[in-house]
Design a protein around this ligand. Sequence first.
Ligand SMILES: CCCCCCCCCCCCCCCCCCCCCCCCCCCC(=O)SCCNC(=O)CCNC(=O)[C@H](O)C(C)(C)COP(=O)(O)OP(=O)(O)OC[C@H]1O[C@@H](n2cnc3c(N)ncnc32)[C@H](O)[C@@H]1OP(=O)(O)O
Ligand SMILES: NC(=O)C1=CN([C@@H]2O[C@H](COP(=O)(O)OP(=O)(O)OC[C@H]3O[C@@H](n4cnc5c(N)ncnc54)[C@H](OP(=O)(O)O)[C@@H]3O)[C@@H](O)[C@H]2O)C=CC1
Length: 515
Amino acid sequence: MSMIAAFYGGKSILITGATGFLGKVLMEKLFRTSPDLKVIYILMRPKAGQTLQQRVFQILNSKLFEKVKEVCPNVHEKIRAIYADLNHSDFAISKEDMQELLSCTNIVFHCAATVRFDDPLRRAVQLNVTATQQLLLMASQMPKLEAFIHISTAFSNCNLKHIDEVIYPCPVEPKKIIQSMEWLDDSIIDEITPKLIGDRPNTYTYTKALGEMVVQQESGNLNIAIIRPSIVGATWQEPFPGWVDNLNGPSGLIIAAGKGFLRAIKATPMAVADVIPVDTVVNLTLAVGWYTAVHRPKSTLVYHCTSGNFNPCNWGKMGIQVLATFEKIPFERAFRRPYADFTSNNFMTQYWNAVSHRAPAIIYDFYLRLTGRKPRMTKLMNRLLKTLSLLEYFINRSWEWSTYNTEMLMSELSPEDQRVFNFDVRQLNWLEYIENYVLGIKKYLLKEDMAGIPEAKQHLKRLRNIHYLFNTALLLIAWRLLIARSQMARNVWFFIVSFCYKLLSYFRASSTLKV
Ligand SMILES: CCCCCCCCCCCCCCCCCCCCCCCCCCCC(=O)SCCNC(=O)CCNC(=O)[C@H](O)C(C)(C)COP(=O)(O)OP(=O)(O)OC[C@H]1O[C@@H](n2cnc3c(N)ncnc32)[C@H](O)[C@@H]1OP(=O)(O)O
Ligand SMILES: NC(=O)C1=CN([C@@H]2O[C@H](COP(=O)(O)OP(=O)(O)OC[C@H]3O[C@@H](n4cnc5c(N)ncnc54)[C@H](OP(=O)(O)O)[C@@H]3O)[C@@H](O)[C@H]2O)C=CC1
């Protein structure tokens, strides 16, 4: 019997960010392994014209929750969607809902965040710092609370090379930052942002670091733990391999490469690709929830959920395997044949951006215009180039994360818990994982049918022929222009032609002699 699964039985669990990538997998695993849990409260907002109920309905009816519905048929009765907007100072939760949350919650998993790299500081602070402070305040009023688990990121201290499982201080106190956001206007905030974030690459990593400091400062008597996942990728094993539902991290770039838009990327092939499957993060999170509640460590423990020091894979290996998978499982209606390469310096990156990204987009848009359609490729390409520039920081460096706490926890688990809540990435086979990842992107993100693979392959063959034809025509035109302009080119051309002619005459003569 799994001790962790039994622990969550009968519990009232509060999750923020349950509609996000990580939150959904967390909820799924909780229901599947502890179907006797009492209730999961999810703090959520309406979105894209959908009410809370419609959003919950959509999640429960997705493929991800198919197994849950078998194990826990009354799952819909065990989810309590509570209206909350983490951008509001009191989350805009109704009095009755707040009363229920405060009096019943046993465990809090705080996953909600803005993970955008380009968010203005004010927005990132509101969600990643102020909302965390607010949630801790709520938690401090929960008499039945056993553990508060905060999801941070392994990159919150990406300005360091070696990162320990400790909370590092930021030069400016989070409280001061929160206060200043109340009275500074947007233009001043934009001006001071680069100074505040210092040697971090974006507001996301900076505000996640501030969020950790808030957790440390406001923890009071709470049982708190922080989990720091690295780059969260598709599921490895559970509930099935390859599930992914957003474009963050590698997923967006894998699509761009598979559809033939992405041709070159400034990356260091030998840098560690610290991707961690989302189900591994969830298993560690649930194990940490159990450990924190049952063992009540004296201080706030930080757990790194990373792959690099256990089972490293680098971007070169990942890129090659992604491209190899496209051969077997191509995406439909590709713009060009999938082929991409890594560039190593700014000059080459600019060159390939002009030649392989911008130029084909301009040519294609010209063709769309000619045929009376709306041009769209240049806009799409500009968005891709912006994304590349934002992700560049993370694919050209390697970090070392110490994992003492994570290893300690692994050794504390019973063999059954090690199996059910497996977070040992040493067992992960990267080649298999990447193949399933690409397949998952095709099925669950692009919603492409596997039956369309032969047609997709046929389409790629046509693109290859067009490519050869285009290159040959280009070569001939260039050569013709050169001959027209340069005596030297003409001489070379006559030399080649007369050489070929002589060779041909020689073979003809020798074959006549033999007869
Ligand atoms: C040795 C030789 C080797 C040769 C090998 C050859 C190499 C071959 C390469 C082949 C394949 C490459 C695959 C491997 C490389 C992968 C590299 C991946 C790098 C990943 C690094 C991640 C680091 C993360 C570190 C921190 C981790 C965290 O803690 S947080 C989680 C990560 N967060 C993010 O990823 C958020 C990033 N996203 C953003 O910040 C924003 O979305 C944006 C700035 C990118 C875009 O903002 P914008 O306002 O323009 O758009 P938005 O409103 O968000 O969306 C508009 C439309 O764009 C789509 N979209 C959104 N995100 C992406 C994306 N990442 N990629 C593509 N498209 C995206 C979105 O859906 C919208 O579409 P529409 O609705 O249709 O308009
Ligand atoms: N993905 C990754 O690679 C990594 C993620 N992490 C961390 O993991 C956690 C989860 O990330 P992930 O699931 O990928 O992110 P997602 O962007 O998929 O999910 C974010 C969640 O936060 C919710 N949220 C955002 N703003 C608000 C708001 N104003 N009010 C209520 N809810 C809000 C979203 O709700 P809605 O659906 O309504 O928008 C969504 O449920 C984050 O803390 C992140 O920092 C750490 C390392 C890597």
